[in-house]
Write a protein that binds this ligand. Structure first.
Ligand code: C2E
Ligand code: MG
Ligand code: MG
Length: 640
């Protein structure tokens, strides 16, 4: 094709279809309702206008006399306006993408808009003022004195964008920050090349490259969707909530969790359950279109709507509960699921996005733990529990780093020997700010965060150190019991690690009994492997807290356990007269050649009674509370 002007349009023309494809893809999906998404759409539209008006104006300028003068001015003005606004729009996008308002006041942003809009004013006035371009009666189009301003404008916005990126470095996702550096560098290259090859229209080509970088790294709507379930993902939730929080816009969430998700997955299989989540996602989006729907993985959904809770929220909560009463059916699926619904009202929403996520996670865990159909409204109470949990998590991390966990020893009384024959090592944690934290609390938290592995190693190390420093044989102590959490039993390095620790203290593993709970037996193969390794090294195993779980007793007894510890709830319910099970349990375990320890012996009367039942060992406050190691040694010396 023959062009009228001397310009080479190849690059500009090639960029137009790319731009159209990107806009089509971008608009084909429901985008995140945040300013950043809108800002990016502006960047793409302005760039398209700039590219087309660049070609059109260059061509028309060659035959300008064929058109009315006002049209010539209009077409050229559109190009200049688009050129200026493209620079501004990319800056505006960068400011949004790096959440610059967390560093600079929003007003700084608005002030920075001024140069672009002043320049737009100058461009609009150019037919009368001849500042940017003009049409001379004979020669036609020519650039005027302030023409260079449009380039300065672009440089200016790239420079401020870079300042923003650097100032927000660390607060923004690294990938995003790098992408922002990259597209600004591309824009600089574009302008430099444009001024080197004055007859080639390369600016649009570089803009589209920059836009492509943004699209691929941050704005592809698919990045914010869960591929399989089809609804928005956690990243999308964070982006939207971040903007709501910043704008102090009230919002609330309805959280849906499926308490039997794990069980359903095991029963129906992965494919069926995922299909089911897809059906649920579709259903919520259809029924409650005023909510944005997000999946948080593992059968959890969050619904988000601006404004406070109202009638619509109530209808939604009720509707969800009613719908879950029926199975989820499609051609290939019919799955019945339980549901717990939790409402997060605006008044308890924390200030930071991580706290919002933590609170939702905490509420879901809370409902999962309750394990039944629930409707909960998150209250200040739950919020303070969540904060306490965070504080405990922090305290655990700190104590592990400083190796500050202690172990206390609680004596175990041997009925046949008529004296203390062992002790249980119990972890203790005192934090500078929180004071003493009960083990029931920090063990549970450490199990959820994964810190339990290191905690277990440190406790084991302290127990070995105790055995190394004290000649416990002289005190009549044969063994020390150490608790093992179910999570530790899944660590296939456990046997090696414990053998190394014991070896470093010169302690034989045969001086240690490990206490495992029923839930450790859920993964029989794994626990069996660890047990075999440790048994070979001399350690023995006790079953702890019997009577609190719901395990299959045949499975339990298939494990190499030589001692069972009956939980104090079982013991106490016997002495309260609520259950007569205790003597039968003791008999049953003795019949399978296991030694029986009863926990929670607090009075002489209890001691006498369990002695008569034929139990082997006792543990409880009647003998002593758990004691710091040195006090325990004094206690033992006092006895002997
Ligand atoms: P557990 O293993 O069943 O330990 C016995 C708990 O019962 C101890 O609580 C002990 O202080 C308490 N206890 C003993 N006799 C009596 C009594 O007569 N009356 C009453 N009211 N309580 C009695 P503690 O030390 O608070 O530990 C609670 C639980 O935390 C432990 O239960 C154990 O499951 C866990 N735990 C403690 N230390 C560790 C550890 O190092 N690792 C792991 N994985 N868990 C630990
Ligand atoms: Mg125990
Ligand atoms: Mg116990």
């Amino acid at each position: 094709m023959e062009w009228l002007s001397e310009y080479n349009y190849d690059y500009a023309l090639a960029s137009i279809p790319i731009q159209l494809v990107l806009i089509a893809f971008y608009c084909s999906r429901r985008n995140l309702p945040i300013r950043q998404s809108r800002s990016f759409l502006w960047v793409m539209l302005i760039n398209l206008v700039m590219t087309t008006s660049d070609i059109v104006s260059c061509e028309m300028n060659e035959v300008w006399t064929s058109f009315p003068l006002w049209l010539m001015y209009a077409v050229n003005m559109v190009y200049f306006l688009a050129f200026v606004l493209r620079g501004w729009a990319l800056f505006d996008y960068t400011a949004e993408a790096c959440n610059s308002y967390r560093v600079f006041d929003r007003r700084v942003n608005y002030v920075l808009w001024v140069p672009a809009f002043v320049l737009c004013g100058i461009i609009l006035s150019t037919p009368w003022t001849a500042t940017i371009f003009h049409f001379a009666p004979v020669e036609g189009y020519y650039n005027c004195g302030l023409y260079q301003l449009i380039y300065f404008n672009t440089y200016f916005y790239i420079a401020v964008s870079l300042v923003f990126v650097v100032a927000c470095w660390g607060r923004t996702d690294l990938r995003m920050s790098l992408s922002m550096l990259a597209y600004n560098a591309i824009l600089i290259a574009g302008i430099r090349l444009r001024s080197l090859f004055i007859n080639t229209l390369v600016t649009s080509y570089f803009s589209i490259l920059a836009i492509l970088v943004i699209y691929l790294s941050a704005q592809n709507p698919d990045l914010f969707r869960d591929k399989r379930i089809g609804v928005f993902n956690q990243d999308a939730f964070d982006e939207i909530v971040l903007e709501y929080l910043y704008k102090r816009r009230p919002f609330h969430c309805v959280i849906i969790t499926i308490p039997n998700y794990g069980a359903a997955r095991a029963l129906y299989g992965h494919k069926q359950t995922i299909r089911c989540l897809e059906l649920i996602g579709e259903w919520i989006e259809r029924e409650y279109s005023s909510y944005y729907v997000f999946t948080c993985g593992g059968g959890d959904f969050v619904l988000l709507r601006s404004g406070r809770t109202d009638e619509v929220t109530n209808t939604c909560v009720q509707g969800i509960k009613t719908r879950f009463a029926r199975p989820w059916k499609s051609i290939d699926t019919e799955v019945a699921l339980a549901v717990s619904v939790i409402c997060l009202p605006y008044d308890v929403i924390p200030e930071s996005i991580t706290e919002v996520d933590d609170l939702i996670r905490y509420a879901i865990d809370h409902c999962q733990y309750q394990g039944k159909d629930e409707y909960a409204i998150i209250s200040d109470d739950m919020m303070s529990k969540m904060l306490r949990r965070k504080a405990v998590e922090h305290a655990i991390g700190k104590a592990l780093a400083e190796r500050r966990f202690e172990v206390y020893m609680q004596p175990i009384y041997g009925i046949a020997e008529r004296r203390i024959v062992g002790a249980e090592a119990l972890a203790r944690l005192t934090d500078d700010e929180l004071g003493p934290i009960p083990p029931d609390e920090f063990i549970g938290v450490a199990e959820q965060t994964g810190d339990i592995m290191e905690l277990g190693r440190q406790v084991f190390d302290r127990a070995c150190a105790f055995l190394e420093e004290n000649n416990v044989g002289d005190l009549g102590i044969r063994k020390i019991n150490v608790n093992l959490s179910p999570a530790q039993c899944l660590n296939n390095q456990l046997a090696t690690e414990f053998a190394q620790i014991a070896h470093s203290h010169g302690v034989p593993l045969s001086m240690i009994d490990l206490e495992v709970t029923e839930s450790a037996a859920e993964d029989l193969t794994s626990i069996r492997e660890q047990m075999d390794g440790l048994l070979a090294a001399g350690t023995e195993f006790a079953l702890d807290d019997f009577g609190t779980g719901t395990s299959n007793i045949t499975r339990l007894l298939s494990l190499p356990l030589h001692v069972v510890k009956l939980d104090m709830t079982v013991v106490w319910s016997y002495f309260r007269g609520d259950s007569t099970l205790l003597p039968d349990l003791i008999n049953m375990f003795r019949n399978v050649n296991m030694k029986v320890v009863v926990e929670g012996i607090e009075t002489e009367e209890m001691h006498r009674a369990v002695e008569e039942m034929g139990c082997d060992y006792e543990q409880g406050y009647y003998y002593s509370r758990p004691l710091p190691p040195q006090e325990f040694v004094r206690y033992m010396r006092g006895l002997s």
